[in-house]
Design a protein around this ligand. Structure first.
Ligand SMILES: [Cu+2]
Length: 120
């Protein structure tokens, strides 16, 4: 009888662990995000600079900027990098977003053709 009860407990324990693991895995997958936001810029050269700024960013698997719409699309792992950090990396190479502004001196170092109209 004791053996019987023990095996039931063991089974329940095993089930809970497997189930818990599955939930954990699903949560990790959930954390691969794709976010879209505006980055101000002008031309194809801006595109290169903006996209290159995230090339070596750990956790970023895809980054593309559209020069017509100014739309930046980034796919990243939320456990490795935050949207905030991503926007900061873009600002660090001279490009503004709605929430992160590039430093004046970095902006001024952009080639003349890339000196886009900055948002207020
Ligand atoms: Cu440009």
């Amino acid at each position: 009888m004791i053996k019987y009860i023990f095996s039931i407990i063991l089974c329940a324990g095993l089930f809970t662990t497997t189930y818990g693991q599955e939930i954990a895995n699903a949560q990790i997958e959930d954390k691969v995000k794709t976010e879209t936001f505006t980055v101000y810029g002008n031309c194809g050269m801006c595109k290169k600079t903006i996209e290159k700024s995230l090339k070596n960013a750990i956790g970023v698997s895809e980054a593309s900027w559209d020069k017509e719409s100014g739309e930046m699309k980034v796919t990243f792992e939320a456990k490795s990098i935050s949207l905030d950090e991503i926007k900061q990396m873009i600002a660090d190479v001279g490009y503004d977003s709605e929430t992160h502004r590039a430093k004046e001196e970095v902006y001024n170092m952009l080639p003349a053709c890339c000196q886009y109209q900055r948002p207020e």
